[in-house]
Design a binder for this molecule. Sequence first.
Ligand SMILES: Cc1cc2nc3c(=O)[nH]c(=O)nc-3n(C[C@H](O)[C@H](O)[C@H](O)COP(=O)(O)OP(=O)(O)OC[C@H]3O[C@@H](n4cnc5c(N)ncnc54)[C@H](O)[C@@H]3O)c2cc1C
Length: 477
Amino acid sequence: MTPSDPSCPARRRVLVQALAAAGVLGAAPMPVLASAEARVGNVTGLYTVEVARIDVPGHVDDVAAAVRGWPGRIAVGGGRFSMGGQVAVAGGLHLDLRRLNRLVWIRPEDKVVRVQAGMRWRDLQDVLDPLGLAVRTMQSYANFTVGGSVSVNAHGRYVDHGPVGNTVRALRLVLADGSVVEADRTQQAELFRAAIGGYGAVGVIVEVELDLADNVPIERVVAETTLAGYPAHFDQAVRGDPASVLHNADLLPPAFDRPVSVTWRRTGRPLTETARLVPRGASYGLEQNVLWAVTELPGGPKLRRSVIHPMLLAKPVVQWLNHEASLDVAELEPRTRLMSTYVLQEYFVPRRHFESFARGMGEVLRQQRVEAVNVSVRHSPADTLSLLPWAREEVFSFVLYHKQRTWAAARDVVAQWTRELIDLVLAHDGRYYLPYQLHATRAQFDRAYPEAVALRTLKAVVDPQGKFCNELWARYL
Ligand SMILES: Cc1cc2nc3c(=O)[nH]c(=O)nc-3n(C[C@H](O)[C@H](O)[C@H](O)COP(=O)(O)OP(=O)(O)OC[C@H]3O[C@@H](n4cnc5c(N)ncnc54)[C@H](O)[C@@H]3O)c2cc1C
C-alpha cells in the first residue's frame, strides 16, 4: 500500500476531507445496499429474505427519515439471531440497526443506563464492567442487540427476573409516520407494552433505558434430580436460596428425564476464573469438535451423557457474573451450516404441568428421531407487562437445541413434529416462543397468543397502512 493508493487510510482521509469541504459528502452518509445485494439472512442460513433495499442508519434522524420516505413495508433487524425471517419482509425496506449502537448516558449511582437499540449486550458489558455493574436481565449469550432482545422480550437464567421487559424503564420509538416518541409505563404506555415483545410491529425502537445490577462473584452448584422432584427442588434449592443468581436444568437425550440442575450462587470464595469478561474473537475449535462428535458419531449422545457432561460440570467454578453473562454464540457455531444447521425452539409451560409436558416432549423427540443436542429448563414468573406475553402465569420453559438438515424435505419433517410439540404445549395451557422457525399454523398462533387481537387493534391506529411488517407478522398478524 502506498500513500497514492486510495485504500491507504491517510490518503482516504484527505480525499474525504476534500469532498466534504466541496459539499459532495454529507456529515454522516447512511450506507445503503440495493438490488442484487439486498438479501437478509439469519444465523441459521435458512429463510433468507429478498428485500428491495437495506439501509444502515447511524442516527435516530436517519431512521425517522427512512420510515417517512419509504412508501412500502419496513422491517427492522438487530443481531439477526431470530430464525424464521422475523427481521425482514419480502420486497420491503430492511433497516439494519447495528450501527445505531452508542451509549446515550449512564447513571452508575442509580444503576440506570440508556443505549441505542443496535448496541449489543457485549458492548454494553464493556461499559458496565469497570463500574462494577452488570446487565440485569439478558439471554445466555451476549451477541444480541438490546433492541432485538426487547423486541422479542427475551429472558435468561436469572432467578425470578422474568423477561427483559421488566428491566426496561423507557423506550424511544420511531412510529410509522416518522415521528419520534418517548414511551414508558405512564406515557404512551400502550405503545410501550406493545413494543416490548412486539417484534417491531408498532415502531422502531431506537433507544432503550434499562435497570442495571451489581457485578458479583458467583459459584456453580450442580445437582441431579428427577422430573417429578424438579419443581420442589427449584423452590427449595434455587428460589429458596437468596444467594441464587442464575439457574437452569439440562435434560439430555434420549430419555430427557434426569434434570441436571445448574445454579450460580453469589459467593465470597476465591475466583477460579479471573477474566472479567469472555474475550472477543476467541476460537472454539474444541467445542465445535465436541458438538460434531455428539451429534454425528454413533454413541455420541451416550458419550455426552456419561462422560463429557459430568466431566464439565464436576469442575468447581467461581467467576464474575459478567464473565458468565458474556458468553459468545461462536462457541455454538458449527464449522459449516451447508448440510446441516442448529436451531432452537422454546415452549413455556405452567408449572403445574411441568412433568407431564416434559414426558410428552421426550416422547415426541424420540418417536420423531429428532437430533436433539439438549433441552434446557428455565423458570419465569408471570409477565404482567408486555401486550403479547409468553408467560401468562408462572412457567417453566423448555429450550430445545437441535440439529436439522438444510434441504427442503428435512425442513418439512421438522415443521411437522414442531406442530406436534406446539399442540402438546397448547394442550398444557402453554405457549411457544416466536423468534424461531415459523412452523406454527395460523390456528396454533391464534390459540397461543389471543392477545394478538389487541395488537392488531393498536396497530390499526398507530400504523394504519401496515408499514411495519416482517415475515412473522406477514404470516400471523
Ligand atoms: C444461540 C442462541 C441463543 C439464544 N438464547 C436465548 C435465550 O437465552 N433467551 C431468549 O429469550 N432468547 C434466546 N435466543 C433468541 C434471541 O433472544 C432472539 O432471536 C433475539 O431476537 C436476538 O436478538 P437480535 O438482536 O439478534 O434480534 P433480531 O433477530 O435481529 O430481531 C428480532 C426481532 O426483533 C425485531 N427488532 C430488532 N431490533 C428492533 C428494534 N430496534 N426495533 C423494533 N424491532 C426490532 C426484528 O424485526 C425481529 O422481529 C437465542 C438465539 C440464539 C441464536
